[in-house]
Write a protein that binds this ligand. Structure first.
Ligand SMILES: O=C(COP(=O)(O)O)NO
Ligand SMILES: [Ca+2]
Ligand code: NA
Ligand SMILES: [Zn+2]
Length: 313
């Protein structure tokens, strides 16, 4: 069934596990995600960025949002695992309102590049609107290092979450789940040296707010996938993600939604490159997307097990 993201995340928070939030731009990634959820009998959170909505609707925001709601709901209403659809990194009201109007389960208002007071007032406004029609809301405190939505947040500007601000922020906004910046960044090149996250801040945010927490920039960028893609012509030099054991630690300290986009893209392109190299005569997309979908599905099933949401549907 199609559910509210909040229902999935409150169960996860109570049960000390996490659920991957999986970004889609097209049908194939959705199919891989649904199959993984069914085979793991795990709850599924699907998310689309504003760019994905623009892409699906060829520039028409309402059309893009409705396309994703229709696709996801059709699948969700015909299977027995809970499925939610979330707007990732909502920054512009026309996308946030379109997502709410189209029927998204939840929306993220990402006002984290503003100062604290601004972020708080914008988030409060979105919560009032969304809650009036039973849509849950995610917000972000602190900034991710690196590329954030094609805005390079230079390292010195990156401000990790301040746990004291988090309590006031959650109380005054009524936000349902919060993304505290603890040292991750988006994309495939997260760390120059060794991967380090600020678990101390994370623990404090969880203790003081007690609400479900979200980890952005959480892809692991598995080396075997990178090597496979490079074997067939990709150039991903320097790619590095969040190591699995560190990801597991974040769940222990209170993360319940784990945003995963880059890993799906890496698995898909590795599978596609491998298949195309070995099948020069193939031109049916249902054939040449099959192996990439299997790679994406396999990675998601592993991640569901790592995060502890398998058999939690
Ligand atoms: O935070 C993410 C995805 O992060 P990755 O690039 O690490 O998959 N989406 O909001
Ligand atoms: Ca942000
Ligand atoms: Na999000
Ligand atoms: Zn993110």
């Amino acid at each position: 069934p199609y559910v509210n993201t909040k229902d999935i995340l409150e169960k996860a928070s109570e049960g000390f596990y996490a659920v991957p939030a999986l970004n889609i731009n097209n049908l194939e990634f959705l199919q891989a995600i649904i199959e993984a959820g069914l085979e793991e009998s795990a709850p599924v959170i699907i998310e689309t960025s504003e760019g994905a909505i623009k892409y699906a609707g060829n520039g028409n925001i309402m059309r893009g949002a409705k396309l994703f709601v229709d696709m996801v709901r059709e699948y969700a209403d015909t299977i027995d695992i809970p499925v939610a659809l979330h707007l990732d990194h909502g920054k512009h009201f026309e996308y946030i309102i379109a997502a709410i109007k189209a029927g998204y389960s939840s929306v993220m208002i990402d006002a984290s590049e503003h100062n604290f007071e601004e972020n708080l007032s914008i988030t409060k406004k979105v919560v009032e609107i969304a809650h009036s029609v039973n849509v849950s809301v995610e917000a972000e405190l602190g900034r991710l290092v690196g590329i954030e939505d094609n805005v390079v947040v230079a390292a010195h500007e990156a401000a990790l979450v301040d746990p004291d601000e988090a309590v006031e922020f959650v109380e005054k906004t009524g936000v349902d789940f919060l993304a505290p910046a603890i040292g991750t960044s988006h994309g495939a090149f997260k760390f120059k040296g060794e991967a380090r996250l600020d678990f101390d801040r994370l623990k404090k945010v969880k203790e003081r707010t007690g609400i479900p927490l979200v980890l952005h920039g959480a892809s692991s960028v598995p080396q075997d996938i990178v090597e496979l893609a490079e074997k067939f012509g990709a150039d991903f030099k320097g790619a590095k993600g969040v190591p699995s054991e560190i990801l597991k630690e974040t769940v222990k300290y209170g993360i319940n939604k784990v945003n995963t986009d880059t890993d799906l893209r890496m698995a898909f392109i590795a599978g596609l490159r491998e298949f195309l190299a070995g099948n020069p005569t193939e031109f049916d997309p249902r054939k040449y997307f099959k192996v990439p979908k299997e790679y994406v599905k396999g990675l998601i099933k592993e991640r569901m097990r790592l995060l502890g949401c398998s058999n939690k549907a």
